[in-house]
Ligand binder design. Structure first.
Ligand code: FAD
Ligand code: NAP
Length: 309
């Protein structure tokens, strides 16, 4: 019987593993389907992690985290969790190989994946000029022109954020009306250096060995093609939380989720199901930053230690 099963080995899961083992839990396993480190390992540069003065790759930032956890006894099982179910006061953790392990408590830290738009060139150039995080990567385009793809709250808010540091922002949207809130649209329209490019489809994101060089859009009305020579393309077409493994056979969830599928937690990272906690990008109102995910992980672990007793 595990004291704690951590599902996901990103910043949230790893920090929870560190705090839980160092805080006295003896039998803690972190299930991570890939290499520990999480989505930040796909980022080419990170410069907003506190105390990290040098700009490093996401991979370099996360390199030592698993080793630090291992020293305090965290076990890492490289396996995909296919389903977590409740079994009385404990939980069954079923992995992709069909094995079932029991745990007294569970931390859901599976993160989220930015939705890809499905544009040719997008995947190949992801992390090399194609980004889904303006807070993280906007600074690299200071004084340069960038493109933002999307018409929701995130795209418009991030376009405004980028307009403060970039010389120009092309806001590229597939329709001529936005999904974003009216006040956000109004805010965006006030930014003089945002050029709206609406009713278009993005045909291709262009690049070379150095990264993104531009993108080509096609007007839905005239079919006219237009090229924008930008070194940065920000794709904000929605996000998907990874919550499949928390679905029960009857279609319900292990704990309450909102309509986006994000796990509802209280300030202590407790979910609606006693013994189940959530941390990081997978939870409601996540700030979607490494430092926040790590903070959630530590908060959850401190409360889990008390719960397990
Ligand atoms: P994740 O990092 O998503 O980790 C979740 C882990 O769970 C993954 O490793 C996944 O493989 C694993 N997992 C999922 N499902 C299962 C399963 N069923 N079984 C087993 N394992 C599973 N943040 C910053 O603070 N600064 C930055 O500069 C920055 N730049 C970014 C650049 C890019 C390109 C991206 C994509 C993100 C960036 N972020 C940045 C955001 C940051 O990476 C996330 O907020 C953070 O990683 C969230 O951590 P997490 O632990 O909640 O989830
Ligand atoms: P979203 O609301 O789902 O918007 C995604 C946008 O991307 C839409 O405009 C959509 O176009 C476009 N899009 C989707 N797939 C595309 C594709 N393949 N190619 C090109 N464009 C594509 O996502 P979001 O902006 O990330 O917001 C998610 C949720 O968080 C929403 O409920 C939002 O209101 C909320 N949110 C709120 C705030 C706030 O309150 N301040 C801030 C951010 C987010 P269409 O419009 O044509 O569908």
């Amino acid at each position: 019987m595990l004291d704690l099963a951590i599902i996901g080995g990103g910043p949230a899961g790893l920090t929870a593993g560190l705090y839980a083992t160092r805080g006295g839990l003896n039998n803690v396993t972190m299930f991570e389907m890939g290499m520990p480190g999480g989505q930040i390992t796909t980022s080419s540069e990170i410069e907003n992690y506190p105390g990290q003065i040098e700009v490093v790759t996401g991979m370099a930032l996360m390199e030592d985290w698993p080793e630090q956890c291992k020293r305090f006894g965290l076990k890492h099982e490289m396996n995909e969790v296919s389903q977590v179910t409740k079994n009385g006061n404990t939980f069954n953790i079923k992995t992709a190989d069909g094995k079932i392990q029991e745990a007294k408590s569970v931390l859901l830290a599976t993160g989220s994946v930015p939705r890809r738009a499905g544009i040719p060139g997008e995947n190949k150039l992801f992390g090399r000029g194609v980004s889904t995080c303006a807070t993280c990567d906007g600074f690299f385009y200071k004084g340069k022109e960038v493109a933002v793809i999307g018409g929701g709250d995130t795209a418009l808010e991030e376009a405004v954020y980028l307009s403060k540091m970039c010389s120009k922002v092309y806001l590229i949207h597939r329709r001529d009306t936005y999904r974003a809130a009216p006040s956000t649209i109004e805010h965006m329209k006030k930014a003089e250096n945002i050029e709206e490019v609406t009713n278009v489809t993005v045909e291709e994101i262009l690049g070379d060995n150095m990264g993104v060089t531009g993108l080509i859009v096609k007007s839905k009305e005239s079919g006219e093609l237009k090229q924008f020579d930008v070194p940065g393309v920000f794709v904000f077409v929605g996000r998907d939380v990874l919550n499949d493994s928390f679905k029960q056979d009857d279609g319900s969830f292990l704990c309450d989720v909102n309509k986006q599928g994000e796990i509802i937690v209280d300030i202590g990272m407790r979910t609606s199901t006693p013994g189940v906690y959530a941390a990081g990008d997978v939870r409601i109102e996540a700030a979607k930053q490494v430092v926040c995910a790590a903070g959630d992980g530590s908060t959850a672990a401190i409360n889990i230690i008390e719960y397990v007793g």
